[in-house]
Design a protein around this ligand. Structure first.
Ligand SMILES: Cc1cc2nc3c(=O)[nH]c(=O)nc-3n(C[C@H](O)[C@H](O)[C@H](O)COP(=O)(O)OP(=O)(O)OC[C@H]3O[C@@H](n4cnc5c(N)ncnc54)[C@H](O)[C@@H]3O)c2cc1C
Length: 395
């Protein structure tokens, strides 16, 4: 027995699931759309615990989904914020090289950015850096004028409002706990009852591999949670950072590299680092979930990755546990918030780098949407709907 019937059910009320809901209700107003979110409100996980940066797309490999969807997605995000009165600012950022060894990587970033179609990128020296960010100490920097900031929790609330006004349903406190597939329909058992649907989109973030398995599909990856911790700069010293100051990233670990972010609220923080979390929703050191831990530790890919990158891992753990190591030269910090990244890991120990959307009969699993997925959410949604409209029976 089911309570209701839908054309599409989306599992997950983060920025990606809500973006997909928005796109479907815009383009197919006659379709009955239901979004299920297990928490009491939307954006309670990655989408509400991030740096709030509207990324420009400078980092990503030209031609990758990340590069294409980030550049177009940033423009779409700014338009959406403007249209709906969501606070945002295109403040630009500087990527700062602090020693000679970083210069080739900084130049490579400049080339990548240009290949990705970014306008206004500029390499600058020490003097000009001092004019833009007087307290940043570097030998050279790359100015990225199109980077912005917003609050993605507010963006998510607005996505949910627009879905509802387009005729869709967003149901919170409704965790999907079982999925049954038959030739005629898919039935999703949830904590708020059972719902039948013709098609399903899995946008469950930190649990997307489990939801794929719940539906009888082998995702071929395991989601490994990496916690990112922030320190806040005390308000009296927030003027040290005018906008966004980033280090030159390590190409092997795109999410490593503590940066300074001026939030849309005016608060400035430093972070995030990246440490293996002991629970998928483990926002504190003390959060441990036996099932999550077993799923990470029991996956051979984790050990293969650990063998390759243990030095970085030990460094990040050390910084995580020790404020003085985290900041070394920086004073005036207080512990801030944290977020947990859902990172898909393959059996061979490699991190899935690009966005990954996997179609399966009348379903689509969104299995890897790390940063810059909040920025790119409207374009991720458009790409998913363009490519899977027939799989999902939308047209
Ligand atoms: C520390 C950090 C900093 C970041 N900084 C940035 C940034 O500055 N800019 C940027 O563009 N990106 C950034 N990102 C990345 C960005 O936040 C994520 O890529 C994006 O939020 C992913 O959205 P999502 O909808 O896939 O996941 P989530 O927001 O995690 O949403 C998934 C949802 O699914 C729900 N769910 C799970 N299982 C079930 C179930 N069984 N039934 C019902 N619901 C379920 C969860 O409760 C959750 O609400 C950052 C991420 C982190 C963690």
């Amino acid at each position: 027995m089911t309570d209701s019937r839908y054309d599409v059910i989306i599992i997950g009320g983060g920025v990606v699931g809500l973006g997909v809901g928005l796109e479907i209700t815009w383009r197919f107003p006659a379709k009955r759309v239901l979004l299920l979110e297990k928490e009491e409100a939307v954006a309670r996980h990655q989408s509400g615990h991030n740096s709030g940066v509207i990324h420009s797309g400078v980092y990503y490999k030209p031609g990758s989904l990340k590069a294409r969807l980030c550049v177009a997605g940033a423009a779409a995000m700014i338009d959406f914020c403007r249209e709906h009165g969501i606070p945002h600012q295109v403040c630009g950022k500087v990527i700062v090289a602090t020693d000679e060894q970083e210069l080739p990587r900084l130049e490579e970033l400049h080339r990548r950015g240009e290949a990705n179609g970014l306008a206004g990128l500029r390499a600058i020296g020490k003097e000009e850096l001092a004019e833009i960010e007087p307290h940043a100490n570097g030998i050279k920097a790359l100015v990225v004028p199109s980077t912005g900031i917003t609050d993605y929790a507010v963006v998510c609330e607005k996505y949910a409002d627009v879905i509802r006004s387009n005729g869709g349903t967003v149901l919170t406190s409704a965790g999907a706990v079982g999925i049954r597939r038959s030739p005629e329909e898919i039935v999703v058992e949830s904590t708020k009852g059972a719902f039948a649907t013709r098609s399903l989109v899995n946008c469950a973030g930190l649990h997307s591999d489990r939801v794929a398995r719940m539906a009888g599909d082998d995702p071929g990856i395991v989601i490994v949670p990496f916690r990112g911790e922030y320190y806040d700069i005390i308000p009296e010293r927030a003027s040290l950072v005018r906008a966004l100051i980033y280090p030159v990233p390590d190409p092997q670990f795109p999410f490593l590299g503590v940066h300074f972010t001026r939030r849309i609220t005016g608060k400035v923080d430093a972070g995030p680092n990246a440490v293996l979390a002991l629970a998928r929703e483990g926002y504190r050191h003390t959060d441990i979930n036996a099932r999550d831990l077993a799923s990470s530790l029991g996956f051979p890919g984790l050990w293969r990755m650990a063998r390759r990158h243990w030095r970085n891992a030990v460094g990040e753990w050390h910084r995580s546990l020790s404020k003085s190591a985290f900041v070394r030269a920086l004073q005036d910090l207080t512990p801030g918030g944290s977020g947990v990244r859902a990172q898909a890991l393959k059996r061979d120990g490699t991190l899935v780098d690009d966005f990954q959307f996997v179609p399966s009969q009348r379903m689509l699993h969104v299995l890897n949407v790390p940063s810059p997925a909040a920025t790119a959410s409207l374009m991720i949604a458009k790409t998913i709907v363009d490519s899977a409209a027939s799989t999902l029976g939308l047209c």
